[in-house]
Design a protein around this ligand. Structure first.
Ligand code: CA
Length: 221
């Protein structure tokens, strides 16, 4: 799950970035509006956490540009003051949710997860597939009485494959959703995570489509 954080306050940005990474998200952090425009033009994100007060290009301008281009990317606004006018303007410009500073990191994570569930048409955080239930928020898979714990990256790959079941996802596509700007992609990382997922969940779940990528079948066996 790759997110874009747009925040010019270094201290706050650092805290949010660390908190989101700990929650298992891949985070790119843009420190002004122009940097955010470039990121949005070149990278596919699942969600944007957008500060309204930004240098160069304001959060509101960014939001309007995004919606003007027809993007339905989930946007969570961060506003400095709880003024009704700011909130209404943000929601009318197409934001999906907002938080007023100062806020609790746990609440930010909970709201992000709620928006991502909504974006994927799920009202609960569990993803069911056959006799298996993936709980991305707690990095676990349950199967009957069995509970299998996943790493954040294994969970991200499995969630991605399950949300696009029936479609093969390339290694490059999976890598992109796993790594942020400042993280070096380890070679074979995706293969290693897939190997570990197969060890934990059985060999039949994730198919290798030679020359294309990885796939979970549309219908569970
Ligand atoms: Ca700001």
């Amino acid at each position: 799950m790759r997110l874009l954080l747009v925040e010019d306050d270094a201290l706050l940005g650092n805290g949010i970035e660390a908190g989101l990474k700990q929650a298992g998200f891949t985070v790119d952090w843009a420190k002004d509006g122009r940097e955010a425009q470039l990121a949005l033009d070149t990278t596919d994100y699942e969600l944007v956490v957008l500060d309204l007060g930004l240098p160069r290009v304001s959060g509101m301008e960014l939001l309007q540009q995004l919606r003007g281009k027809g993007s339905d990317l989930a946007v969570l606004l961060l506003t400095a003051r709880d003024t009704v006018r700011d909130r209404v303007a943000g929601l009318e410009a197409g934001a999906d949710d907002y938080l007023v500073k100062p806020f609790d990191l746990a609440e930010l994570v909970a709201r992000i997860r709620a928006l991502l569930r909504r974006a994927h048409g799920r009202s609960v955080s569990a993803i069911r597939y056959g006799d298996m239930v993936l709980l991305p928020d707690s990095l676990t898979v349950t199967r009957g009485d069995e509970q299998i714990v996943l790493s954040a990256r294994e969970c991200a790959i499995l969630t991605d494959l399950l949300e696009h079941r029936g479609t093969a996802l390339s290694r490059a596509r999976l890598e992109e959703s796993l790594y942020g700007w400042n993280e070096e992609v380890e070679s074979n990382a995706v293969e290693v995570h897939i190997h570990n997922l197969r060890k934990k969940l059985g060999n039949d779940l994730i198919k290798t489509i030679r020359g294309v990528g990885y796939l979970i079948r549309k219908d569970a066996p």
